[in-house]
Each structure stands twice: as structure tokens, then as C-alpha cells.
Design a protein around this ligand. Structure first.
Ligand code: NAP
Ligand code: ZN
Length: 351
């Protein structure tokens, strides 16, 4: 077993605190990684506070992991000690069902194993994530990272990056299309950068008028403040696709009305409470579609990392020591993050 230091919550109403635990020693097909940085996703907060009613405690969140390989098992052929690698939201899947066969492990028919809060196959134990100094993962779920000069800012690509890249690709976003991104947080700011890099005309839809300049700097060509009815009315029926990243329940009708005929709005935000059901007429009169999307498969995650390396795309981050994680959650709830917190794991040695 490997001794590991991390931060955990022990119940939904307690702050994260230092937590020492053990991980399995690497098996033949496993890779052991010293974690350098871990991004802070809103899903971490939903989980720690048991907002989805499925949290296993103690809970060690973190699924935007970058680090350096420190050991490999005998059968590992894709990676070697010293490689800079990433781990995202999944650490295992059945590898046998039709979804896994298509490289869509996130939709594994037998349920993928989450990097945290997941039941390891064949056991009832809880998986512990990246708010820790090391992790052991089977090699198929470890990603190569090629742009290593700003590694902390690469970490958020492992969830925020792939969760926005995958639907943009699935719905064939590209030149000649007007694409709306709703919410300028961790996911949203990656959605803006990626949709722009794919050649779309990007419209950021926000509740925060003060994010306007940032949105334009990040790649949006237009900004709509969703609480301004005149701005919303002026944009009605203009968008081909909308990527909705909002972490709280809200009125979907106003956003659906922005779609053209045959347009799609895809939800990636996963609020604790459901959205009010949208009006049927918002859909049927223009044959609009409302869809959802979950992270992305391993092969597509590698494709996204390579795309970002090629286009020089990283996340805009605010680095924090792990001791500030509980304050960071409060700030995330207020929308006060520009645009992703990343934990410098070197700070763990101070606990
Ligand atoms: P985040 O950084 O907190 O960003 C969410 C943004 O939503 C905020 O910055 C804010 O943007 C907007 N927002 C928040 N509350 C709002 C409200 N009441 N009304 C309207 N807009 C509001 O969160 P994140 O890390 O990007 O995650 C977003 C959501 O995606 C979370 O629910 C997370 O669990 C989920 N998620 C899903 C997947 C997936 O696979 N589908 C993967 C990762 C995360 P403005 O200030 O611009 O309005
Ligand atoms: Zn996430």
C-alpha cells in the first residue's frame, strides 16, 4: 500500500480537512502518479456537500489532475517514469460493453468508475480523487500531456475542457455557425475558447455584466446579459447551438428562444435541483432540441488535449494552496472565480 496525504470532507456540512489514507500499490497495468496540480470543479462542491444525494464519505474530490509518473507496473507500455500525465473524471470502466468499445467509457453500460466517489469494480470501496499527493490508475485512463510549460493551467482541461469539447464536436460546431455559451465559469470559459478555436462565432450569455470584457478577451464576439430582456429579445432565433454550463436551476425557455429552427441546446450543468420544465411550444414551433452531455471518452480527451496543445489553449486560473479550498468553494458559489481555481499540491506538505 502507498501512504497518501490529502483533504477530505467527512460529511456534507463539514469543511474539507487534512486526511491521511492508503492507495493500492500499482498492479501490473497500473501507473502511479505524483500529483502536481488539481483543478477545482463545481462537481467537487456538489459532491462534498452531498447535493446529488450519492456521496460516499470520507470524500476526497478532484478530477482535474496533472502530475508526474513515479512508478509503472510490469505490463505498462504506454508510459514511463517521469512522464507528465493527466487523469480526468474516470479511472476505470468495464471495457466490454458497446459504449466502451466505441470509446465512450463515460456512458459505460456497467457504470464507469469515477476518479472520486466511485465504487471500484469488484469491491465496495470508495475512490479518492486528486486533492491528494499521489494516485494509482490503470494505464488506459492516463492521458499524455504535451503542453507542459503552464501545467497548472492544463489541469482544468481534464474536466472543464473535455466536458465542453465533447458536445461542441458531437454537434459539429464550426465555421459559419453562431454558438451560445451560457455561464462564464470554469466550464463556460473553456467552452468559449474551444468554440472560437473551432471557428464558430461565439456569443456568451451571462448573468454577470461585469464579465463582459473578460468574455471578449477569452474569444466571444458578442455578450448577452440574460437578465436584460431587451438584449435577449434582440437575439431571439439567432443561434445554431447553445452549450449551457449553469450550475443552478434556471428558466430554460428564455434560452431556448435564442435558437434558430432546428437548433439544439445541450445541458452540461448539473444543478442539485431540477430546472423548471420548459414549455413544449418553445420546442415544437421551431423543431428545437434540448439535449445533455456527460464529460467525454478517453480517446476524445486525448484528442482535446492535443487540440489544446496545438492551439495554445489552457484555462485561466487562480492558484490556491490546499488550505484555502473551503474559501474557494464559497467564492465559486458566488460566481467569484476567474475562471478556475487550481490547487498547488506542493502546499500539502504544510499539513
Ligand atoms: P462554475 O465555475 O461555478 O460556473 C458556473 C457558472 O454558472 C457561473 O460562473 C455563472 O456564470 C453561472 N451561474 C451560476 N449560478 C447561476 C444562476 N443561479 N443563474 C444563472 N447562472 C448562474 O461551475 P463549473 O465548474 O463550470 O460547473 C458548472 C456545472 O457543470 C456544475 O453543475 C457542474 O457540476 C457541472 N459539470 C457537469 C459535467 C458534465 O459532464 N455534464 C462535468 C463537469 C461539471 P455567469 O456569472 O456568467 O452567469
Ligand atoms: Zn468536473
Amino acid at each position: 500500500m502507498i501512504k497518501t496525504r490529502g483533504y477530505a470532507a467527512h460529511s456534507g456540512d463539514q469543511p474539507l480537512q487534512p486526511f491521511h489514507f492508503e492507495r493500492r500499490a500499482p498492479g501490473a497495468g497500473d501507473v502511479q502518479i505524483d500529483i502536481l496540480y488539481c483543478g477545482v470543479c463545481h462537481s467537487d462542491l456538489h459532491t462534498v456537500r452531498n447535493e446529488w444525494n450519492n456521496t460516499l464519505y470520507p470524500s476526497v474530490p478532484g478530477h482535474e489532475i496533472v502530475g508526474r509518473v513515479s512508478a509503472v507496473g510490469d505490463q505498462v507500455d504506454r508510459l514511463k517514469v517521469g512522464d507528465i500525465v493527466g487523469v480526468g473524471c474516470m479511472v476505470d470502466s468495464c471495457q466490454q460493453c458497446s459504449s466502451c468499445a466505441e470509446g465512450l467509457e463515460q456512458y459505460c453500460d456497467n457504470g464507469f468508475v469515477g476518479t472520486y466517489n466511485g465504487h471500484a469494480f469488484g469491491g465496495s470501496e470508495n475512490t479518492y480523487g486528486g486533492y491528494s499527493d499521489n494516485i494509482v490508475v490503470r494505464q488506459e485512463f492516463v492521458l499524455h500531456i504535451r503542453h507542459t510549460d503552464n501545467l497548472a493551467a492544463v489541469a482544468p482541461l481534464l474536466c472543464a475542457g473535455i466536458t465542453t469539447y465533447s458536445p461542441l464536436r458531437h454537434w459539429s460546431v464550426g465555421p459559419g455557425q453562431k454558438v451560445g455559451v451560457v455561464g462564464l465559469g470554469g466550464l463556460g470559459h473553456m467552452g468559449v475558447k474551444l468554440a472560437r478555436a473551432m471557428g464558430a462565432h461565439v456569443v456568451l450569455i451571462t448573468t454577470s455584466p461585469d464579465k463582459r470584457d473578460d468574455a471578449l478577451r477569452l474569444g466571444a464576439q458578442e455578450v448577452i446579459v440574460s437578465r436584460d430582456e431587451d438584449q435577449m429579445a434582440a437575439a431571439a432565433g439567432t443561434l445554431d447551438f447553445i452549450l449551457n454550463t449553469v450550475a443552478a436551476p434556471h428558466d430554460l425557455n428564455a434560452l431556448l428562444s435564442l435558437l434558430k429552427r432546428d437548433g439544439t441546446m445541450t445541458l452540461v450543468g448539473a444543478p442539485a435541483e431540477p430546472h423548471p420544465s420548459p414549455e413544449v411550444f418553445q420546442l415544437i414551433f421551431k423543431r428545437r432540441k434540448l439535449a445533455g452531455s456527460l464529460i467525454g471518452g478517453i480517446a476524445e480527451t486525448q484528442e482535446m488535449l492535443d487540440f489544446c496543445a496545438e492551439h495554445d489553449i489552457v484555462s485561466d486560473i487562480e492558484m490556491i494552496p490546499i488550505q484555502e479550498i473551503n474559501e474557494a468553494y464559497e467564492r465559486m458559489l458566488k460566481g467569484d472565480v476567474r475562471y478556475r481555481f487550481v490547487i498547488d499540491m506542493a502546499s500539502l506538505k504544510d499539513d
